[in-house]
Design a protein around this ligand. Sequence first.
Ligand SMILES: [Zn+2]
Length: 91
Amino acid sequence: MTSHHCGAHSNNSENNHDHHGHSHAPSPEKLAAATSEEVAECPVMEGTPVIKAEAEEAGLYRDYQGKRYWLCCEGCGPLFDAAPEEYATSA
Ligand SMILES: [Zn+2]
């Protein structure tokens, strides 16, 4: 743990940063309403929950080696396509 002194140039980008397109993670309400069966984890952005139905509606899924993978956002599609074997869990 480094305690970095960042008073002067603090994250003022928080305020007027326009969140541009990359929407990760469904809304908490939707996640709360979804059962664990309905939610998957994005294989590209590990730890990012994905609501399967929403991903399928948006075309954000891949079928690879008989398994389906749900992606959290459009950015993950090409990444998955580029190296599916890296993202596919062979557990
Ligand atoms: Zn993503």
